[in-house]
Design a protein around this ligand. Structure first.
Ligand code: NAD
Ligand code: TYD
Length: 340
């Protein structure tokens, strides 16, 4: 199968490419990525050489319809998995425009090109954040729950999910949407909670915990998420939506304490700072549909996966200095200001 993976230089897309090239000898991949601040070619270092003839890279914007159409044709693509997105909630609060460009208009161009070409498989990677926020006692989100996004990021992702629905209902286009909880693992850009807190703890910098730190996320290892996406691509029902989760609800404070323990650093580094506006309190996923229809189940406990992940960051200092460049430092100053 020849697959177009978009956003393959990002955190999850690169893990998906590593997994397929290593485990699925019959799969060839074209990685289409515009290389935003979050797109890091070092995430796929050595892949072109090790998997010669099975991997190509095309630098393009998913919103560029003619470029996407050309790549689908030239690469003789049979399936699309769309990871490309603007993904950081805090950045969406500062400026929503790039989120609407990629997560809505970009997805529209991809769907249009794929439908015109008559592709039989298209997986759009979405998020639990489209469902909004849960109270502590509420049952986990199911696919039947309404979309109630609260941040510009989640609103743009929910809009994308609705476009997918419309493409299935209107054009019978066989798109599948997957919604997953918070991922962690190697190669995550260090604006997200786990690598961010780890790098700061290593440097004895204060750790800015929003609000009370009691907000809850359900954590899943990136490889478990990627296995779920592969199952959706190969066994999923066209038009379906599948939730994936890690069965690992933890408060932010619990996660930060575990990182401090791993680094051997004191809790006095924690600094409670002004909350994120519109901060969702809790996410939790009911993934029984994916278990039943796809055979999906997460394979790692959070504690095991977190230790492996932090070991990876510890063992890859060159990767870290590569991503924490000047632009990253500027973002931190602009976003956190005097909260740090
Ligand atoms: P990321 O920010 O690490 O990477 C995004 C990638 O998309 C980058 O390589 C970037 O260069 C590329 N990109 C951005 N705009 C583009 C455009 N217009 N054209 C082409 N490429 C573009 O993101 P991630 O954490 O790997 O997330 C991947 C997908 O998974 C996203 O759709 C996200 O919404 C979804 N998701 C993420 C999580 C999570 O916890 N990280 C959880 C659930 C769902
Ligand atoms: P994040 O990794 O940004 O993912 P998301 O907002 O998409 O869930 O944040 C995870 C949680 O950690 C979220 O509740 C916000 C919180 N958080 C902090 O408390 N401080 C921080 O500096 C960051 C980046 C996140």
């Amino acid at each position: 199968m020849r697959i177009l993976v978009t956003g393959g230089c990002g955190f999850i897309g690169s893990d998906f490419i590593h997994m397929l090239l290593t485990d699925m000898p019959d799969v060839d991949i074209c990685n289409l990525d515009s290389l935003t601040y979050a797109g890091n070619p070092a995430n796929l270092e050595g892949v072109e050489g090790r998997f010669a003839g099975r991997y190509t890279f095309a630098r393009a914007d998913i919103a560029d319809l003619s470029a996407v159409e050309r790549i689908l044709a030239e690469q003789r693509i049979e399936a699309v998995v769309n990871f490309a997105a603007e993904t950081h909630v805090d950045r969406s609060i500062a400026d929503a425009a790039p989120f609407l460009h990629t997560n809505v208009l970009g997805l529209h161009a991809l769907l249009t090109a794929a439908q015109r070409r008559g592709l039989a498989s298209f997986v759009h990677v979405s998020t639990d954040e489209v469902y909004g926020s849960l109270t502590p006692e509420a049952p986990a989100f199911t696919e039947a729950d309404p979309l109630v996004p609260n941040s510009p990021y989640s609103a743009s992702k929910a809009s994308g999910d609705l476009l997918c629905r419309a493409w299935h209902e209107t054009y019978a286009f066989p798109v599948i949407v997957t919604r997953c909880s918070n991922n962690y693992g190697p190669r995550q850009f260090p604006e997200k909670l786990i690598p961010f807190m780890y790098f700061r703890a290593c440097e004895d910098q204060p750790l800015p915990v929003y609000g009370t730190g009691k907000n809850v996320r359900d954590w899943i290892h990136v490889r478990d998420h990627c296995r779920g996406i592969w199952l959706a691509l190969t066994r999923g029902r066209p038009g379906a939506v599948y939730n994936f989760g890690g069965a690992a609800e933890r408060s932010n404070l619990t996660v930060v304490h575990r990182i401090l323990d791993f680094c051997g650093k004191p809790a006095s580094l924690i600094r409670f700072v002004a909350d994120r506006p519109g901060h969702d309190f809790r996410y939790a996923m009911d993934y029984s549909l994916a278990r039943r229809e796809l055979g999906f189940a997460p394979s790692r406990t959070f504690e095991q996966g977190l230790a492996e992940t932090l070991d990876w960051y510890r063992g890859n200092p060159a990767w870290i200095s590569n991503v924490t460049s000047g632009a990253y430092r500027t973002f931190l100053k602009t976003w956190y200001g005097d909260r740090l």
